[in-house]
Design a protein around this ligand. Structure first.
Ligand code: T4K
Length: 391
């Protein structure tokens, strides 16, 4: 079996991409908000059903820019169970992250624990729709309204997710999506901010272009975070594959659930009611006492399957933050981070690859001898009698 990595970028049809970038050779206009940039912005406004979209060269700079656009100060309540980017974007804006624990069922910010963290210095909440799982958007908004706080979602993983048909990017004051090559929709590198307040449009345009407001005016300390035309062209082409890829991913997730749900001690993410998922990641929490998560990761790697510990270590345990924080104050996040592995998941993943990953995990299960276990013809499918679902 070939190497199976945690993900594999979905490539569009080569000729289609070449066709899309051809006119760039004639125009000589390769970046700084050109025609492809405008076209993708328009397409994403439709696709994400949100009034405004601002494109960026990556998700991280998009998040840094929107935090800057809101002129926040003091403390920002966020989750430690995320990629480094979320917290770094807060700190790089001169703000102080305050970590809220996560919900044990969804791994997103536990809204019931936000209020106790609010002080007179709190200016915003930055929750993460981690793995594409939707946060408690209503609970969070209720608290934000009560204390007059901004809500900026890190929706890096949540492209194309809807709640009762409503685009996930329309919740809160703004949302950031990542279009990195590892995401369900990509522009090689890239990202965007979705928002409803028209006045943010100029601010974000300026912040991603050195703070330049016009030919004679620079009124903000911006960065260079513009999406170039080749990135935008990749997005234009990739957008037409989204629904097809979502279906492929849905099948893979369903096959994983079938393959893994009967193995003792594993906790799989449940689907959310009224949510159209994008099936971005497949996290498994090796909850049973006999499981050793690190050992599983090592053994899988020895078998050419390269999983990831998304998200370990917890951000409040990072070397650059741990002197200021105590991760025992976010015990649920700490527990999940110590037990989680995200399994390989990408649209082109074959049935054999999914079966192989399930087979390996089942094979190394410390609970194996607790079952009546009958391997058949060395096939990568384990047949379990009595307690299993597959026989
Ligand atoms: N907020 C959250 C919650 C995020 O998860 C992220 C990014 C951000 C914010 C920031 O968004 P961006 O600024 O990135 O747009 C990867 C991604 O680089 C990163 O975008 C992502 N989250 C994070 C969860 O995963 P690494 O360091 O794990 O990536 P890497 O290079 O080890 O790649 C992982 C696997 O993906 C490889 O085994 C092979 C595959 N791969 C990788 C690349 C680069 C491909 O198939 N194609 C590729 O081009 O961070």
């Amino acid at each position: 079996m070939k190497r199976i990595l945690v993900t594999k970028t979905s490539m569009p049809d080569f000729e289609e991409y070449i066709e899309e970038i051809k006119d760039l050779w004639d125009s000589h206009h390769l970046t700084n908000m050109g025609v492809k940039h405008e076209k993708l912005t328009f397409m994403l406004r439709e696709f994400l059903s949100t009034p405004y979209v601002s494109l960026f060269t990556n998700g991280h700079l998009a998040l840094e820019s929107i935090l800057s656009a809101f002129d926040l100060s003091g403390e920002v309540i966020t989750t430690p169970y995320t990629f480094a980017s979320t917290t770094h974007a807060i700190v790089r804006n001169g703000l102080v992250p305050v970590f809220c624990d996560i919900d044990p069922g969804t791994y997103t910010m536990d809204a019931s624990k936000i209020e106790e963290l609010i002080t007179e210095n709190t200016s915003a909440i930055v929750p993460v729709h981690v793995y594409g799982t939707v946060c408690d958007v209503e609970g969070i908004q209720r608290i934000a309204d009560k204390y007059n706080l901004k809500v900026i979602y890190d929706a890096a993983h949540a492209f194309g997710v809807t709640v009762n048909g409503r685009g996930i990017g329309s919740f809160g004051d703004a949302s950031m999506f990542s279009f990195h090559a590892t995401k369900v929709f990509h522009t090689i590198e890239g990202g965007c901010i979705t928002f409803r307040d028209y006045s943010l449009l100029d601010k974000l345009n300026s912040l991603k272009n050195f703070g330049i407001k016009g030919p004679d005016c620079v009124d903000a300390i911006g960065s260079n975070a513009k999406m170039n035309e080749f990135q935008a062209a990749m997005g234009i082409v990739n957008l037409s594959y989204i629904d097809e890829n979502r279906k492929k991913r849905e099948k893979i997730v369903s096959d994983y659930k079938n393959g893994l749900s009967s193995i003792p001690g594993l906790k799989l993410l449940s689907s959310q009611q009224d949510v159209l998922s994008n099936y971005a990641y497949f996290p498994v929490v090796f909850e049973g006492e006999k499981w050793d998560r690190d050992n599983v990761a090592d053994k899988l790697a020895q078998n050419n399957v390269f999983v990831r510990k998304y998200f370990y270590p917890l951000v409040n345990d990072f070397d650059c933050y741990r002197h200021d924080y105590d991760s025992s104050k976010t015990p649920v996040a700490r527990h999940i981070a110590s037990k989680v592995l995200t399994l390989p998941l990408y649209a082109e993943m074959t049935d054999e690859e999914v079966d192989h990953v399930c087979y390996l995990i089942e094979e190394m299960s410390p609970y194996k001898n607790d079952m009546l276990y009958v391997p058949l013809n060395n096939e990568p499918t384990i047949h379990i009698k009595e307690r299993g679902t597959r026989a």
